[in-house]
Design a protein around this ligand. Sequence first.
Ligand code: NAG
Ligand code: NAG
Length: 821
Amino acid sequence: MHTSSLIGLVAAFSTQVFAACSGPTKIDDFSKWSTKTNSLGEWTSDDSSMSSISATSGVLNFKPKSGSYFYETFPCQAASSKELSAVQFTLKGPSQGSVVVELQTKASCSAASYSSYYTQVTGLTGNSQTITLPFTAFSGANGNAVTGLVWSGFSSNTVTWQLSNIALVCPTSGGSPSSAAPASSRAASSSAAPASSRASSSAAASVSSRAASSSAVSATRVSSSVASSVSRASSVSSARSTLATVSSSQASGTCAPLLIDDWISQSRLTFLFYNSFNYPTSADDSVQSLTVGKPSSNRVEIVPKGDGGYFYSQFPCVDASTKYGGISLRIKAPRGATLSVELDSSDNCDPVAAKTETHSSAELGWTFDGTEKLYSIPFSKYPSLNKAKLTTILFSGFSTTVSFGPMSFYCGNTVSEWVVAPVDGGSGSSSTVAAPPNPSATALVVDKFANANTNAMGNWHGGDDGMTLAYNGGKLTITSPDADYSFYTQVSGTCSDFNKYKGSYLHIAYSGTTKFTVALQQHNQGCNSEVAPFPETWDSADAERYAKNGNIYIPMSHFKVDFSRVIGFALKGFHTTESVTLSSIEIVPSVPAGFAIPPKDDTGTLVFACKRPNSFAFAIDDGIPGFAQDVLKIIREEKIKVTFFTVGAPLLDQGTNLTNVYKEMMSAGHQLALHSFTHPKMESLPDYAAIDWEYNEDIKAMKSQFNGLETPYFRPPFGNEGARMRARLAKAVGPKATITNWSVDVEDWLWAETSTPENQLTAFKRDVAKGGNLVVLHYLYPSTVQYLREFIQIAKATGKDLMRVDQCMEDPAAPPYVKGQ
Ligand SMILES: *[C@@H]1O[C@H](CO)[C@@H](O)[C@H](O)[C@H]1NC(C)=O
Ligand SMILES: *[C@@H]1O[C@H](CO)[C@@H](O)[C@H](O)[C@H]1NC(C)=O
């Protein structure tokens, strides 16, 4: 999303001929600067990020410092439809100076979130000059839904810059509201001419930086605040040498803002109930919903119910007395909204026995106007608190839906905000290769969706309960509210030999979303669906990577499965509620000329069963520390070694004691492995950045708590799988990435707390009888722990050797298995 645009672009631009234009739309002439509103009546500000800023006679004068930015927000402009096609402003900066301009656009004016597109303006003259940046300079931006502009990355912090006459303009200079003569823009372009030789190389650099970060930047992380756009600009700058001075604006002097919550993970907030401190945060069901990522990333939307509800976040007894002047956060709320802010302190750091003081939003001087702004909670307004021992912030009485941005303690008495660190989620390779032809391969029509029960081969097709399948005139529309559901279309009732299609392509004709996974499923060795596991495994491809203009072509060779035992295809892991309509699933010998194919992503292996002959593994997911001693005692007495999959965030919360528990388990010879940082459905996450955050934070937590421990074994929370979560796991832990599912489920989640907990035994026996040899259970419930010894004894009675997962996977890095130890 970052392109470099030299001022020279203006010249090429003005030679083109355009249709009539309705005339410029003025964004800001700085006549209303004193109210921080612009000509379109909305918020404009530098959020105190500049050393100095003021406006006189319609000109904004400012002196930036590191991390400074300035922005204009405005009601969404359908600019292109009015023939407006460029952003124009008058700028005076240092000779040969540069600045980054960010254009914020949405998919449409009714969309909730926006994306950011950047252009760097270089080769400034040192004089006042009119700069015209066509929307096309912001590659990918939608000129029909323009909502904001940000200037950042100022090349000099020592001179005073000037900005004026900001407008959206027609494609000819005649439409310019600028007082600067057209000549000055020509002058600017010619003075930038020497730089134009750099254009190609910097464009190349920007393309490669896009390749490296596009999905992280484009999908959700981008659609966020001004502040994070500044830090994103800085992430871009690291990939580009020409962008010198954009930097994250944290840590100035000896004080750095202290983050309370950056709303980075839904599951951290509403599954683990942790904030960024790994301290408790919750609305205790007093509000209707808390939705992370809404309206944009690093935001939480709070929808109240009843009397307005409340929402609190606890701190590690923060001493603000010498450092922090208050708490700031961005809030977006409609005009007239109200809420209250309570702060708690406790002389003995006990958040429950705390002193509280509450002020309404009106008392804090807050007014809302439907746009997102930075608000502060100065501790000076809370005189009764012990500022050396702050324990909790609590918001209550929400009159309406509001959204919060990152919330932090700010340094001193100058209100500043938390700048979200740049995320580089990387991306799948976007390069493509010409698809190799395979004239000898045969074609196969799998599914034409003629009816609900069988496909074109006469085999079964159907979906998991919960998915909506609508057949209509040879088309199937799939809507999936959950990333857990799959649609299957089988190529055989048993094993099918697909070796003849190895060089062919899977072709899916579709319209609608491509945010799903395509999987090729493999039968078990006996081709017997009564034997576990069934399917034995599958490989997954991200439909989006292979889709273009209504067609998905995936080389069959991109599915790493045993082609002699194919069962069929599954469409699964929908990470959208938008639907896809399919008209055909078939295998074809070649792709249309010019259709390029991305390289295969490494997707690790998905296992449901042990590989080592005659082996059996207990793989135990997180539990309650209080049961840990019982579990350890039982497995010690039964003389077996097991694998524990553990969620990362609670390891960092000393209150859980889990790190100590797992240290003890490791020293007893048990294996410890990954289970994500906050336990989300991994494939449901919106983008690579969110998926990577879960893996990387988990890996960091394991390393830091367990003496550098690394492992490629991962158990997917809720057994949720898909192409993206696999590819990103392989990126995070390497090619040995092992997605460890199960073939024996004691169904503790279903039975443990019912009047028939013994059904856990029944389930265990049933799966073992089917040949299952890889267990899932949790030590969350007394009844499960109580049956553990019996589970182990039933497994032993099969004659199999009980061992850790890495041992039963024949991992050469695993410690040797020694029976009876
Ligand atoms: C924490 O776990 C360790 C290791 O299992 C155990 O010895 C200790 O008693 C636990 N501490 C608490 C407070 O439960
Ligand atoms: C794990 O296995 C369960 C039970 O067979 C299944 O429902 C789930 O989809 C599987 N998940 C993965 C990641 O394969």
